[in-house]
Design a protein around this ligand. Structure first.
Ligand code: GRF
Length: 199
């Protein structure tokens, strides 16, 4: 029976800076019912790992064999009792057996309004450069569940922002990132509450 009180354990996965991870860590610091239990990266150089170590969160660096081994990944996540996997700048395609096992439990954030400006090769600066090149008036963020295809999967949340006169891709990237930092933790929290109530 649900008591609504079990701690929800999150694992954050990324390949780079981890600024979204940091905003999520900061947001949940004062909310013990939600715990960042594991940080995972495919990139040993990712600054995300530094952030994790500073926060005393266990970190795991995946090598190529581990990334392709669903049993390894499933047992890693089970070892930390992870309820929700939050991708934040994780650039590798996820193993499909792993995704089937955690269907509806893997979230991603994309720095544009999907389905526009998504898919293979559309990550980081490439997204913002394409948006500026096409003289779009708006861009934004999309938070979605992850399935086997890049940037597909059910959309949970979108917010747009107006692109100002004279913005270049760098300015757009920084405005989009600010929006990500504000919204991703809130949406993660909403999903954690649903998970907590379903326990
Ligand atoms: C973000 O723009 C996110 O939308 C994308 O990758 C970037 C990650 O940045 N998926 P950071 O590592 O969180 O700083």
């Amino acid at each position: 029976m649900s008591t609504g009180k079990k701690t929800v354990h999150i694992s954050i996965w990324g390949s780079g800076s981890g600024s979204n991870a940091q905003s999520i860590i900061d947001y949940f610091r004062a909310k013990p019912e939600i715990k960042i239990s594991l940080i995972v990266s495919d990139n040993p150089e990712a600054y995300l790992l530094e952030r994790g170590r500073k926060e005393q969160i266990p970190v795991s660096i995946l090598n190529v064999e581990q990334r392709k081994n669903p049993e390894f990944l499933i047992s890693l996540v089970h070892d930390y009792q992870v309820d929700l996997i939050v991708l934040a700048g994780y650039l590798r395609k996820m193993n499909s057996v792993f995704l089937d096992t955690f269907e509806g439990q893997v979230l991603n954030i994309h720095p544009a309004l999907l389905p526009a400006y998504g898919g293979k090769g559309m990550y980081g600066h490439f997204v913002h450069e394409a948006v500026i090149r096409n003289q779009e008036k708006t861009s934004g963020i999309t938070i979605h569940f992850v399935d086997g295809e890049y940037d597909r999967g059910e959309i949970i949340f979108q917010e747009s922002l107006e692109i100002g006169e004279g913005w270049d891709a760098t300015k757009l990237a920084s405005e989009v990132l600010k929006l990500e930092h504000k919204k991703y933790p809130e949406i993660v929290e909403d999903i954690c509450k649903k998970i907590s109530h379903s326990h």
